[in-house]
Design a protein around this ligand. Structure first.
Ligand code: GRF
Length: 196
């Protein structure tokens, strides 16, 4: 195939992790290209950001379920990613569980970033879970995606302190700053052909 690794980025939210990856590519510190950005939310910030970065941006309707895609929609998503010759699927704030239709189509080639030190605090608002549990430290994790929720093999983690007076918002902002450094580093390992 040759050429830089092509990323397919999936997101449901504002897209700051996508922006961190796109900025690293633009700065020449990550030898990859974003082939397409796809969202399950029609007005997601990540789609607008993709357009601003000159990347094809697409809304694909998820179907009738809340936490996963309808199997036909998941097959369609896999097909679109293939059509863009995606070599690594990057979940960046994608709020649905993936099933065999996508996980089977990209074996070992789907990564996710999660805002806790997994296996602690999987699931929603992990920063709030850590705060409410009285932890002194939390962080973020990049992991391979399997069929579970935030359960795949861990590729890298960054630690973030929980400071006195932290609110859910201040803590989440500190974790996100760590995410924006960590995610491009892990993608770089895939781009370099090291299967991390
Ligand atoms: C991040 O905190 C990530 O850990 C979680 O969803 C959030 C996405 O943020 N999976 P953004 O859309 O990349 O700004």
């Amino acid at each position: 195939m040759g050429g830089p690794l092509t990323l397919g980025v999936l997101g449901s939210g504002k897209g700051s992790n996508f922006a961190a990856i796109a900025d690293a590519i633009a700065a020449g510190t990550l030898d990859a290209r974003v082939g397409v950005v796809i969202s399950d939310v029609p007005d997601a910030g990540i789609l607008k950001l993709a357009e601003r970065h000159g990347v094809p941006a697409m809304y694909l309707p998820p179907g009738r379920f809340k936490t996963r895609l309808e199997p036909e929609r998941e097959a369609e998503l896999a097909e679109v990613l293939r059509s863009y010759r995606v070599g690594l699927v990057v979940l960046a704030g994608y709020m649905r569980l993936l099933k065999e239709g996508l996980v089977g189509a990209f074996p070992g080639r789907i990564v996710n970033i999660h805002p806790s030190l997994l296996p602690k605090f999987p699931g929603l608002a992990a920063w709030r879970q850590a705060l409410e549990a009285g932890e002194k430290e939390t962080g973020c994790t990049v992991h391979r995606v399997d069929l579970g929720m935030d359960t795949g093999p861990i590729l890298a983690q960054a630690r973030v302190p929980i400071l006195p007076g932290d609110t859910a918002e201040t803590l989440h902002a500190r974790i996100q700053a760590a995410e924006h450094a960590l995610y491009p580093q892990v993608v770089r390992r895939f781009a370099a052909g090291e299967t991390p």
